[in-house]
Ligand binder design. Structure first.
Ligand SMILES: [Zn+2]
Length: 238
């Protein structure tokens, strides 16, 4: 027999019916009448366990690809190494706008993570493609294709047939860091390993790559899970 879902929170009120809510974080919240006992609530939850698990799986799957943090007015978001506040506006529609800060119609807030992720992916495609062409042309390297992923654990990769992949999260980082990852993956076109020859190749394209790599090791996690800018933790690249 499968286990009953865990109840994360019960909110009692004068309501007459029971409502089960799977939050954007995948938690189970039960809204229940004042008089309903814990046992009765557990019975209802266990009867609905199939539906609850399906909702939680859906939430976890979509969170894996999108921004995870609850988004609200004033939260800070990274873009090209700087943090900008998100401003919710009274406008209609679902457009994410960026001009020295992010803005989004407040009515689109339930879809904010999805909309902002789509915005980042589009910027990642523009910016990273441009940087790849720049360095590939300089070094006479042929790239098969560029793919933008939602990877959390790697910034980029190079396939056996020289198709490059980059996570959209990379455009949260400063351009110097984006360029280091671009050069790193381009060097894999010549050397499919991390041998001395590989690092020599990186150095040829980017003599100061060591400082950039070190910066990324120290600060890279800022652009992964902790989307909200934390100024105290960000050391300047320069
Ligand atoms: Zn590598």
């Amino acid at each position: 027999m499968s286990q009953a879902p865990v109840i994360d929170r019960i909110i009692r009120s004068r309501r007459k019916t029971v409502a089960l809510i799977v939050t954007p974080e995948g938690k189970l919240e039960v809204r229940a009448p004042l008089v309903l006992g814990r046992k009765q609530i557990e019975t209802i939850v266990s009867e609905k366990s199939g539906w609850i698990k399906k909702q939680q799986e859906r939430v976890h799957k979509s969170n894996g690809n999108a921004l995870r943090r609850p988004l609200s007015n004033g939260v800070n978001l990274w873009f090209l190494g700087a943090s900008y506040p998100l401003k919710l506006t009274a406008k209609a529609g679902t457009r994410v706008a960026f001009s020295n800060g992010f803005s989004l119609p407040e009515s689109a807030l339930p879809k904010a993570a999805e909309l902002l992720t789509a915005w980042y992916k589009a910027r990642a495609r523009e910016i990273i493609s441009e940087r790849v062409s720049l360095y590939a042309d300089k070094s006479g390297l042929k790239v098969k294709s560029i793919r933008i992923t939602s990877a959390r654990t790697r910034w980029g990769s190079c396939s056996r047939d020289n198709a490059l992949s980059f996570t959209w999260r990379l455009v949260m980082a400063p351009i110097e860091i984006i360029d280091y990852i671009v050069v790193h993956e381009l060097a894999h076109i010549i050397e499919k390993n991390h041998s001395r020859a590989f690092w020599n190749q990186v150095e040829k394209m980017q003599p100061d790559y060591k400082a950039r790599r070190k910066w990324l090791k120290g600060n890279g996690r800022l652009f992964d899970l902790a989307i909200e800018a934390n100024e105290a933790n960000l050391k300047s690249f320069h």
